[in-house]
Design a protein around this ligand. Structure first.
Ligand SMILES: NC(=O)c1ccc[n+]([C@@H]2O[C@H](COP(=O)([O-])OP(=O)(O)OC[C@H]3O[C@@H](n4cnc5c(N)ncnc54)[C@H](OP(=O)(O)O)[C@@H]3O)[C@@H](O)[C@H]2O)c1
Length: 330
């Protein structure tokens, strides 16, 4: 029997990626693709080149006929649908930030709204697949990580787990404009993004910083994080340059061992670039010791819409169902 899946927010950038991958997945059946404004149309009429998937209104979804719900909605709206889907006994994989922070007061402070269902926060598992693959199958609510946190935490994880991450981490991260989603905003117009690199929410202002600090602390790290996100003139892709104190030892061997069994994380000899991961669920990492400066530079590349969103969400469902992690993702 195939797992029956619904995708809410199917007309967004990450929703579209999920529709394509769910439709070609051998063990999944796409029961419904829903959105707010384009119900009644097909997805290819809204997003050229997308599959001709019929779109329905969010309220038309019959949750009692669905096993897993992917939420590709803005935060706030996502939590409301998560509550409804959990009450209907569905598994929920939420791509928004609504269940990534484990503290409702911190959520209020970071996202500026009361959490719609704070009692659910303790039920969620943080869906960074490589670090939580054993816990994911035990949870009905999976909080897919943010795209910046995915690129940065995968870059830091071997050091963190070995207790070798010390002092300040400087994360200089570049994202394609699709990281901001499909809704209209002047800052995302072609004329603003092309021929430009735009740092934004520099320092401690970006919302993903709290998510990353919470995870660093959960793995026993005490590091501070200086985070400089930037929009670069491409549609998709993400690259993080991470500067940390240079630990003793063979870092390349540490990273290769740590990710030896992971189908999607590659530790490269050459410099990781956005091109290494574009359109794929891979994370490409390269390591660059800088002994004269006492630093290790870790470069981590993902596709924000795949490993940073839809691909990792599907990887998490594969884990939850006990399927090979890479099913439908290669
Ligand atoms: N883009 C990324 O790289 C990325 C990476 C990781 C996580 N995420 C997170 O994943 C979620 C989806 O991101 P996205 O970039 O795919 O977004 P998006 O392109 O802006 O699409 C959002 C989708 O949600 C619908 N929607 C918007 N506002 C809604 C509301 N108030 N109630 C119900 N539906 C609403 C939209 O439909 P209409 O157009 O019909 O309103 C659309 O289908 C967000 O929470 C985002 O933070 C995104």
């Amino acid at each position: 029997m195939k797992e029956r899946v619904a995708i809410l927010g199917a007309t967004g950038y990450s929703g579209r990626e999920l529709v394509e991958r769910v439709l070609s997945h051998a063990h999944l059946e796409l029961k419904a693709a829903a959105c707010r404004n384009d119900a009644g149309k097909r997805l290819d009429q809204v997003m050229p080149g997308a599959p001709p998937q019929p779109l329905i209104e969010l309220n038309q979804i019959e949750l009692d006929r669905v096993d897993t719900v992917f939420l590709c909605l803005p935060h706030g709206a996502s939590a409301q649908w998560a509550e409804r889907a959990l009450q209907a006994n569905c598994r929920v994989i939420d791509l928004s930030a609504d269940f990534r922070l484990n503290d409702s007061a911190l959520y209020r402070q970071v996202y500026g709204l009361e959490h719609p269902c704070p009692q659910r926060l303790a039920e969620a598992v943080y869906g960074l697949s490589e670090l939580h693959r054993n816990e994911i199958p035990r949870h009905r609510l999976i909080a897919n990580p943010g795209c910046y946190p995915t690129s940065i935490l995968l870059g830091l994880a071997p050091l963190l787990r070995a207790g070798l991450l010390q002092g300040l981490v400087i994360a200089d991260s570049k994202s394609g404009v699709s990281g901001a989603g499909r809704s209209a905003a002047v800052a995302n117009l072609f004329g603003e993004v092309s021929d430009n690199v735009r740092p934004y929410q520099v320092g401690d202002k970006h919302r993903h910083r709290s998510e990353m600090l919470q995870q660093i602390q959960a793995y026993g790290g005490k590091s501070e994080l200086l985070f400089v996100p930037q929009v670069v003139p491409c549609f998709r892709g993400m690259l993080s340059n991470l500067y940390v104190k240079l630990p003793d030892g063979d870092m390349a061997a540490l990273y290769r061992d740590f990710y030896a069994k992971d189908p999607f994380v590659q530790v490269l000899e050459e410099c990781a670039t956005m091109a290494h991961t574009r359109g794929s669920n891979r994370c490409a990492i390269s390591l660059h010791p800088l002994p004269d400066q006492g630093k290790l530079l870790i470069i981590s590349s993902i596709d924000n819409l795949v490993k940073g969103a839809a691909g990792q969400a599907l990887q998490n469902l594969n884990l939850a169902l006990g399927l090979p992690e890479s099913e439908g993702l290669l």
